[in-house]
Structures are given as structure tokens and as C-alpha cells.
Design a protein around this ligand. Sequence first.
Ligand SMILES: [Zn+2]
Length: 374
Amino acid sequence: MSGTQAKASPSDIRISNITAAFEQLFPATQMSRANIGKLIGLSRFTTSEVTGEMVDNRILRELGPDNREGRGKRSQVLAIDTDFWRIVSVDLSNPMLVKGALADLSGRIVDRTELPVDHGCSVNDVIDLCRQLISSTPLPTLGIGIAVTGIVEPNGVVRKSVHLGWSELPLKTEVENATGVPVIVGNDTNAALVAERFFGDCSPNSMLISIGRGVGAALCLNDVIIEGSSFTAGEIAHVVVDPNGPICECGKQGCLESFVSGDRLQQRISQDPAARTHILTEAGALLGRVMAIPAGLLDLRDISVYGAPEIVNTQFIDAMENEISRTVTTDYQEAPQIHRCRQGEDLTLRGQATIVIRTLVPTIHERGSLIGEA
Ligand SMILES: [Zn+2]
């Protein structure tokens, strides 16, 4: 790093002001212009200029003057404008069924569609679904978000998705070239955590653990999703937790996945239905024990667990919570709260739409022609 700090350009300042104002209102807060200015530390004039531009660009809408008592001009109440921009969100976490949706600027799903892909999902399937959703509305598309199971690089290349049988696939470039719309590709567990953060139980320092065919995690620290040095943060399935455990399909012995994946637990329960409660309690406790070190290390507030309700049930969550509480709590550190993720199947779609919204809203002014056309 250089010793002198580069001066922020007017365009950087504009972007950071828009971002700050948007964060006060996303997803569904109503607030007066005066209060927004106070909270983000801008003068009355600058707040008026920033929010005025956001209203012109259909990011915010005016709800009318506030009913403040006393002297002085009453301040306009603002909220996110959900009647204009649309976001296409695609969930590729099920390799046999591509799910797509249109979301509004508050991250709410307003329309959805599905495409069965019995022979596996191709890039053309994804492009077809995106085109179908874009043409289903007269409103302009802000961007496309695609959530993929696997390792995704920041440039939108899917480095590896065992699930989809893809490697080194430049998904972002291919879908952008075909649709002419900005595309953001990300990991599906990260998208799920973003949804839990904005619409569920997670705070700025939290983790989401997804239990399905395998087991994966996503981590959020101070409201930043952590990708790691090679974009594989959260890939915990094949970390060995018991060197004497069962042989895993990856060749190692005692991987986390061989103890707590949904598939593995379903299989054990079907072999011994009477032991169901015991199996789930044991698995929850193991997960609590394994997560105690990251929870203490990072001072996490919340861990949300997503999975089929017959696996991630009350017994599983209670066992995990008891174990993590017992092992982490001291007189100076609290254990995180463990939540069963209560959001339904839209979790990933809403999360990926939210990532698109938060990334692209600050530069919406560059899309001026779309605002004029609609
Ligand atoms: Zn393994």
C-alpha cells in the first residue's frame, strides 16, 4: 500500500452516499429524508440531492410528508420503490430442476418459474430461463443473479461444480453476452446466508450451515461475506473430524460430511428407524462441537442451519445449541444463538437477488436510458 491515500473522486462519493442511504431503507423501512441524513451524516442539502436522484432513478419513492410536530418544513418520507426495477434470480442448487424468479428492489419474489432438466443443466438452459423471465415483464431488468453449488470466482467463472458437472465455466460472460444484462454469479450457500441476514434470523456476524446432499457453510463477518484466499471459504464437508470415522467417498476417513450430511443421516435412519432421535441428537451435538472453535474464534452471534425439516428438527437444533453453549460460554464470551432456518425454498433465490440489488443499485444512474424508455 502507498503511504498517501488517494482522494475519493466525486463519483466514489456519490456511490458511497447512495449505498449508505439505500442501506437505511433496505429491505422495507420507511424513513424521513431528514432522518436518513442524520443517520448517514450528510447535510440537509446533500441528503436532498442524493435521495432526489434516487427517486428520479426509481430506487426510492416518496410517501408524503412526515407528521412531525413543530416548526420548520416537514420532511418527505421515503421507501424503496418496488414498482419499477426487476431482478432475475436463478437457483442452480438442484441439478435436475432450474428455479428462476423475478424479484423487486426490496428482494421480494414477484414471479417464478421452473425448468426441469432431466439430463443435467446446460448454460443454454440457464440463458433460456433468463430470457423467459426478462420478457415476461415490461419493466426493466436491473441484473441477473445466478446461485451455483460449487466454487465460483469473483469474475463469475464457475471453477468447479461437481453437482452440475461444470468446471472452468465462464458463466457470467456467457449469460451477459446472450442477454445484454449485468450478471452476478455466486455460491448458493452464500446467497442463502444473505437471505437469512436480511429476511431471517442472522446478524452481521453469523454463519449458515446447509445440510443436504452434503454439508456446506457460509460466513458473514461485519456484514461482509467471506470468500477466502481461493474462494472456497465454507467448504467444510471434507474436513476430517474423526480420524477413526468411516471412509468417505473422497478417500479420506471421518470427514464431517460422513457424519452430518442429510443423505447420510436419512440413510442411517432408514436402516434403524427406532434410533431416529438418538441419531439426530448425536449429529446435532457433533456439529455443535465442531463449530465451537470457529464460533469462539470469530465471536459469532448467530448460526442458522438449513435443511430438510425431518433432519434439521428440534432435537437436532437443541443438541447443537446445548453442545455449543456448553463448550463456548465463559464469563466474557457468549455462545452464538442456533436457529433453524425458517425461510422456505425461496431462500437462495431471494439471497442472490439481494446480492444483485446491493451491488448494482449504487450505479443505477449509469443505466439512464432504461429509466427513460420504461
Ligand atoms: Zn470426504
